[in-house]
Design a protein around this ligand. Sequence first.
Ligand code: FO1
Length: 320
Amino acid sequence: MSKDLNIVALTGGVGGAKLALGLTKVLSPENLSLVVNTGDDFQHLGLHISPDIDTLLYTLSGLENPKTGWGRNGETWSFMSALKELGGETWFQLGDKDLATNVYRTAALQAGMSLSDITQQLARRRGINNQIIPMSDDPVRTRITTDDGILDFQEYFVKHQCKPAVREISFDGIETALPTSRFQQLLESDTIDAFILCPSNPYLSMEPILALPNVRDLLAASKACVIGISPVVAGDSLKGPTSKIMQELGLACSSRQIAAHYQDIVDGWIIDDTDTSLTSEIEELGIAVENTNVIMRSLQDRINLATATLEMVTALRRDF
Ligand code: FO1
């Protein structure tokens, strides 16, 4: 029965958090661990901001702002308006409750706690019993090379609203960063049934995780099957700049292109019902294909996609 499967999901950003929520509704906490991108993290106003960790924690605890997917619902903005009066930087919107999360994390880090430990503590404080595992406790920072120079990720994504054309994406610190010990253990474990690549931006949110040393090799060699869910439907990204970035990088914006990006590690690829015409050319990459609705508007959509993903795990495990 799929609820007994032992699953590790890799996630970043808002799209990944949606499927992660669906997975928590069909798997018990001890059967689902979540590894989160930290390439979006940055120091801002003296605070250590971890957007993808917070997006995931808010989403799994039902606290997220449903309109944006990031930050908290029901926020007040006294801090931001007071900061604006002082002439401080307000391009990165921190609500008062979200500010508390970031102040709390920053103080804990400065007191010597690891990002892993503070993340686990924040998860428990929010009633989340899954393991929430940062990809690394070492600093990795996504940088975007544009025609006007190199931008930090949040400058590109928020300050410039993804407008500059992307020429290259790099991850500062990746050469010396290591997967967190818990992530490494899961990669080397032989009791994991599947690793799930959530429908996050492949180039911005998933790649920092996969670029860590040996991660791709360990996933390719793992006895576990690896299944990805397409973040692109009918040649367009559901949220965020994936399709724009693919065009700027000279890549065809299609679910097949992204499956090819993951070709060395994925055994299965879940595409939207509108993309069934891509099935055979993705299968030619040696990747099994299932199609379902991958557009997650409602909670039931999230649960259905999670269920379909686990059904594919079960089907592929039978073939292993
Ligand atoms: N995204 C925005 O587009 N505008 C913002 O002002 C903004 C503030 C913000 C504050 C805390 C946080 O955890 C995330 C925030 N995000 C904001 C999202 C952030 O840029 C993420 O990196 C993206 O969601 C991509 O993962």
